[in-house]
Design a protein. Structure first.
Length: 185
């Protein structure tokens, strides 16, 4: 059965963006990150992606995803309404899901062909995945910066967050530390 893998990069003090909403301080090594072992493994193991609307909208031109985005697989975007312009499709396809995270994960599972479903956020999407017991694995990259404010990844997990078991801890170039945890059921 396909695993649901959630994750993103955060600062040492737990923020996924700064007070202005910028992620620049967390990705000074983006070119190196794309060629890192954890990213290569994630791309190889991923059969479908679930993406929050804000993450999708970070690309000024939705056509940018075709040929540029790491994951050239079916992408399921959580949204309240359909976008005005549907992005063109190439090695990937877009499905805009208006009936919630569980539906998006179920559709991604069907499209993934037994491979992983990677949830790329944003924070609320990942928090809900963890809170609702959908996440099987949590991948966190920690950058050695202190942002002092912004949006925290692990807020709003509810009163009974899951137990985790560390599987991997890797030092990557640029000071990045990659951590992978299995959600204990």
């Amino acid at each position: 059965m396909a695993r649901v893998v959630v994750g993103m990069t955060m600062s040492l003090d737990g923020f996924i963006n700064d007070r202005e909403g910028s992620v620049a301080a967390l990705y000074p090594d983006f070119a190196t990150l794309r060629d890192s072992q954890p990213m290569r493994e994630s791309i190889q193991n991923t059969g479908a992606v679930v993406m929050g609307w804000k993450t999708f909208a970070m690309a000024n031109d939705p056509d940018w995803y075709v040929g540029n985005y790491e994951y050239q697989v079916p992408i399921f975007v959580l949204t309240r309404a359909m976008p005005e312009r549907h992005p063109r499709e190439g090695g990937l396809s877009f499905t805009f899901v208006t009936d919630g995270l569980r539906s998006a994960v179920a559709q991604a599972r069907a499209a993934a062909g037994g491979k992983d479903i990677t949830v790329v956020g944003g924070a609320r999407t990942i928090q809900q995945c963890i809170r609702d017991g959908l996440a099987d694995e949590i991948n966190i990259d920690v950058m050695p910066v202190l942002l002092g404010g912004g949006l925290r990844l692990f807020d709003n997990l509810g009163a009974d967050p899951p137990q985790l078991e560390r599987e991997v801890a890797l030092e990557l170039p640029g000071g990045r530390t990659h951590l992978r945890f299995r959600v204990v059921r």
